[in-house]
Design a protein around this ligand. Sequence first.
Ligand code: URA
Length: 245
Amino acid sequence: MVPERLHKVLARAGVGSRRACEELIRDGRVRVGGEPAGIGMLVDPECQDVCVDGKRVSTTGKFYYFLVYKPKGYVSTARDPQGRSKVTDLVPLPGVRLYPVGRLDLQTSGLLILTNDGELAFLLTHPKHDIWKTYQAQVIGVPDAEEIARLQQGVLLPEGKTAPARVKILRVLKEPAGATLLEIGLREGKKRQVRKMCEAVGHPVIELQRTNLAFLTLEGLRPGQYRRLTPSEVRTLKELALGKP
Ligand code: URA
């Protein structure tokens, strides 16, 4: 086998995104053939043992892809030092290190993908890829046309201006009185982006749910439930992330 960069081999083996794998190497948690590994190192996975935290990584392992309906109150990480409920607890798969693709806040519910395929995770979360994520946000008050236009065109946040978004009012709610249900589509994923955008135009979020990721929806699932992605869904996601028609 042609030697490859270690962080790519680790990502393909499902250890994490390429960036996360570089960090593991930098933190000294990766060994190749028993020796500490270095950033940029070339390895031949067929001849060299690769270990993370002392455990051998399977570089020829099987990939799993799940669509999970994250309930509120679950953290979107595979490890939580505070011992809170994790999205990965919802899909018990002994011996497989699943992790979430992107994040939803603790109090946000909705669609999340869990996988052990680091390549797909990398592709889907990279900002240059054209993957739309759609949210339904219950906000305080009723945004006017100018506020909707600001959300659509980009809002100035401390971390920079947000990219153009798809925003529309779904309905004005009776309960909670005076609130509005917005549909917001984003291509980027800054931390707490929807909450910050709505706050910035004077309409703080009360409830937030991610309803779609690209063509995927929550149809047929209740909070806490999950299903496997079909091979064709995985293929289409990869094509979208790679920018193929
Ligand atoms: N935007 C937010 O504010 N929170 C999320 O969880 C996702 C997007």
